[in-house]
Structure formats: structure tokens, C-alpha cells
Write a protein that binds this ligand. Structure first.
Ligand SMILES: [Fe+2]
Length: 159
């Protein structure tokens, strides 16, 4: 079954495309971070009165892992390892440097720089919280779509 990545910000359109592609025997993957983040932000606004700035949240949700292709190298056909850059700078920091060069707002740059789970500290803005939970949900979402025999990321911490 071939995978197809769908990037669509209209939820209804995303659902329709996903359904159609599944019927056509594709395995559609959505940009789940964005979808989960928007869902969480709406829930936080309704339940807690916390309103996020979408001009900050959406670039963070879409771009927080922009440096990942630079952080890994293919060592063999079935093995991926860390790049030299990943041994020198933490994931997120490299992405933040790229986003700063592109002129994104400081809050986007600083949130991306500190979003990684192993960052010594994390952003204190509400958009950073939304990213954190959306990122973990999206990880488990992708794993769960792989099949019933896959174990959620949450459980992998305890082995
Ligand atoms: Fe990340």
C-alpha cells in the first residue's frame, strides 16, 4: 500500500481526501501536528479561555521539525544515523536558525529552538504548550496508523 502525504488546512477537505485515498487503496498521511494543534487550540479556547495567535501557532506547528532532514544521514539501505550536525547542535536549534534567517518572528524562532523533548527548557508561551501535546499526539497517531501491532510512542519510554 503506497503512502501519500496530504497537507490541507480545511478539516472537511482533509477528511474527504483521506477517505477517497483510502478507498483507492492508498495509505494517506496528514500533517497531523497541524490538525491536532488546531484541535487542541480550539479546545483550550473553549475550556480555558486561552486564545492562541494563529499567526504564531501555525508556523510553529508546520515548521518545528524543519531541520530533521539535516539531522540524520542514511548509513545503509536499512539504517539511519545522526549527522555530524546533529552531534554539534540540538534538534530544533538548527531549525530555529533557518527560520530566523527567513525572518520569522522571534517567538516562532524561540519556540522551535526549545521544542525538542531533550531541550534544557521549553517556551512558556501557550503556543509552545499546544505544539508539545500536538507533537506527541501526532507521533502516536502515525504509529497507530501503521497497524494494530504497533506500540504507541508513550509506551516505548518504559522499556
Ligand atoms: Fe521535533
Amino acid at each position: 500500500m503506497k503512502r501519500i502525504l496530504i497537507i490541507e488546512d480545511e478539516l472537511e477537505m482533509l477528511r474527504n481526501l483521506t477517505t477517497i485515498l483510502r478507498l483507492e487503496k492508498f495509505r494517506p498521511l496528514s500533517a497531523e501536528n497541524g490538525r491536532a494543534g488546531v484541535d487542541l487550540a480550539r479546545r483550550a479556547a473553549a475550556d480555558w479561555g486561552k486564545v492562541v495567535d494563529n499567526d504564531i501557532l501555525l508556523p510553529i506547528l508546520i515548521l518545528h521539525d524543519v531541520d530533521k532532514p539535516l539531522m540524520y544521514v542514511r548509513e545503509s539501505p536499512d539504517k539511519v544515523g545522526y549527522s555530524q550536525l546533529a552531534r554539534e547542535l540540538q534538534h530544533g536549534v538548527v531549525g530555529a536558525m533557518l527560520l530566523k534567517d527567513l525572518g520569522l518572528p522571534h517567538i516562532v524562532v524561540s519556540t522551535v529552538a526549545t521544542h525538542a523533548g531533550n531541550s534544557p527548557f521549553h517556551g512558556r508561551n501557550f503556543e509552545a504548550y499546544v505544539l508539545h501535546y500536538a507533537d506527541y499526539f501526532a507521533t502516536d497517531h502515525a504509529i497507530m496508523l501503521e497497524g494494530d501491532d504497533k506500540e504507541p510512542y508513550y509506551q516505548k519510554h518504559w522499556k
